[in-house]
Design a protein around this ligand. Structure first.
Ligand SMILES: Cc1cc2nc3c(=O)[nH]c(=O)nc-3n(C[C@H](O)[C@H](O)[C@H](O)COP(=O)(O)OP(=O)(O)OC[C@H]3O[C@@H](n4cnc5c(N)ncnc54)[C@H](O)[C@@H]3O)c2cc1C
Length: 232
C-alpha cells in the first residue's frame, strides 16, 4: 500500500495474501488473512513454489504465471547453527567440508566473523532428509562429521542452536529457484507484468542473478519503477 503523501510504506507483518481479484477495471482487490484492500496495482514477490501451489488465488486465474512458476521450482538448502562452548577449541573464521568422498555431506563455516558458532550447510536430498528428521537429527549428523574431521573431543564444545526447514515452510516451500530443462526463458514470462497492474518480482524473475538475494532486490526495484510509471 503506497501512501498518497509519498511517506514511508506501512509494512504489515504476519499477514497472508489469499486472493488477488483483478476483474474490475478500476482497482485490484486483495484479500488477506487480516482483511481486504483495494489498490491500483500490486507487486507479487512470493517464491515460485508458493505461486505454483496456488496459495494465492488469482481471479481470473493466471495460468501462464502458474505454469512458469511450476517449471522454475525451488531446490532445497538448509542451515544448522551450533554454539561453540569454548571458542578457542576451534580455528577462527575457517571452512571445512564434511567429506571429500560422500555426496551426502555438509559444508561448515567455523566461527564466522569471530562469532562462537559453527554454521552447517546441507543441500539436495540430504537437506530434505535432515529437515524431515528434525533439528536433533541434523545436529547429530553435523556433530558426527565435525568429530570425524576435528577429533571426538570437539563434541563436548558444540550444542544445537537451530536448524532451518525451508521446504516445509508453507510461505516459502524451498530455498531458491532452478529452471527445469528448457524452462530458463520462463523467468521472463514470470517477470512480465499482467495488464500493467499485477507486477512480479523475486529472485526467480531475474534472468541473470536468479537464486540470489541481489537478484530478488534488482527485480523488486525494477517492478516498483514500472509500477510507478503506470500509476503516475
Ligand atoms: C540456505 C540458504 C542459503 C542461501 N545463501 C545465499 C547466498 O549466500 N547469497 C545469496 O545471494 N542468496 C542466498 N540464498 C538465496 C536467497 O535467500 C533468496 O534468493 C532470496 O531470499 C529470495 O528472495 P525473494 O524475495 O525472491 O523471496 P523470499 O525470500 O521467499 O520472499 C518472499 C516473501 O513472501 C512472503 N510470502 C509468501 N507467501 C505469502 C502470502 N501469501 N502473503 C504474504 N506474503 C507471503 C514470504 O513469507 C517471504 O517473506 C540462500 C537461501 C538459502 C535458503
Amino acid at each position: 500500500f503506497a501512501p498518497p503523501d509519498g511517506g514511508p510504506l506501512p509494512i504489515v507483518r504476519q499477514t497472508a495474501v489469499e486472493r488477488i481479484d483483478h476483474r474490475a477495471a478500476d482497482h485490484v482487490g486483495i484479500s488477506t488473512s487480516k482483511g481486504h484492500l483495494r489498490v491500483k496495482a500490486v507487486i507479487v514477490t512470493v517464491a515460485t513454489n508458493v505461486l505454483a501451489n496456488e496459495r494465492i488465488a488469482f481471479f481470473p486465474p493466471l495460468p501462464e504465471k502458474i505454469d512458469a512458476a511450476s517449471r522454475l521450482p525451488l531446490g532445497l538448502a538448509n542451515k544448522l547453527f551450533m554454539k561453540v562452548g569454548r571458542p578457542d577449541a576451534l580455528p577462527l573464521d575457517s571452512h571445512l567440508l564434511g567429506s571429500y568422498r560422500e555426496r551426502r555431506t555438509g559444508a561448515y563455516q567455523i566461527r564466522p566473523l569471530g562469532n562462537p558458532v559453527v554454521e552447517g550447510y546441507y543441500a539436495g536430498d540430504l537437506a530434505h532428509d535432515l529437515e524431515h528428521g528434525g533439528p536433533k537429527e541434523a545436529f547429530q549428523f553435523g556433530l558426527t562429521e565435525l568429530k570425524r574431521a576435528l577429533g571426538s573431543d570437539i563434541g563436548r564444545q558444540l550444542s544445537l542452536i537451530c536448524f532451518s526447514a525451508w521446504g516445509s515452510d508453507p510461505h516459502i516451500g524451498g530455498s531458491y529457484s532452478y529452471a527445469s530443462p528448457g524452462a530458463s526463458d520462463l523467468r521472463r514470462t514470470l517477470a512480465t507484468p499482467h495488464d500493467n497492474r499485477i507486477f512480479f518480482a523475486g529472485e526467480a524473475c531475474s534472468t541473470g542473478r536468479y537464486s540470489t538475494a541481489h537478484g530478488a532486490y534488482d527485480t523488486g526495484v525494477m517492478a516498483a519503477q514500472e509500477l510507478v510509471k503506470t500509476i503516475a
